[in-house]
Design a protein around this ligand. Structure first.
Ligand code: ADP
Length: 159
């Protein structure tokens, strides 16, 4: 069974993430979406909230599971016999960092990283930009699942 992981913060999940996850699910037998637990980085949603939103948003794929991880991604992969990391590449700005990580991860355990080119519809999309625009009242509907959009509005209004 060929297993891949799509790692990220997903704070919150956007249609850009879902595009990459769906395309990974079409290529691998099982895809684990792994939510990074980073206690040093302030987040809008808790890890449990992010997992729940991802589970709902990926429910149409029978071969996608959602989990959380901290520490080294390569350790997470080894524990689950995952041999591939799938990452979306938006722009050249993603490339430097992603290439470095891919090479380091390969050096550590031999895990392979596969880059999927962003869907041009979402190439400018990141969770942080969506949150920033929404904070100031910009209309970001259509860039993330409706339910996630509503949950984000509630959180931002509370803040
Ligand atoms: P961000 O906070 O920038 O949205 P994450 O850390 O949650 O990103 O991203 C996880 C993965 O999803 C990364 O591989 C990232 O490149 C990819 N990704 C995020 N947004 C997009 C997008 N719009 N198109 C393609 N890949 C994306």
């Amino acid at each position: 069974m060929r297993k891949a992981v799509c790692p990220g913060s997903f704070d919150p999940v956007t249609n850009g993430h879902l595009d990459i996850i769906g395309r990974a699910a079409a290529q691998f037998d099982e895809v684990t979406v792994a939510v990074l637990i980073n206690k040093r980085k302030a987040s809008l949603f808790t890890v449990d909230e992010r997992i729940e939103m991802l589970q709902e948003a990926t429910a149409q794929h029978g071969n996608v599971v959602v989990d959380a991880f901290h520490g080294l991604l390569v350790d997470f992969c080894q524990e689950r016999q995952i041999t591939a990391i799938v990452k979306g590449l938006r722009a050249i700005s993603d490339f430097d960092y992603e290439l470095q990580m891919a090479q380091m991860n390969n050096r550590l355990t031999g895990v392979e990283t596969f880059f999927v080119s962003t869907n041009p519809l979402y190439s400018y999309l990141s969770s942080s930009l969506v949150k920033e625009v929404a904070t100031y009242g910009g209309d970001v509907r259509g860039l993330l699942p409706d339910k996630v959009y509503k949950q984000m509005k509630i959180k931002l209004d509370q803040a």
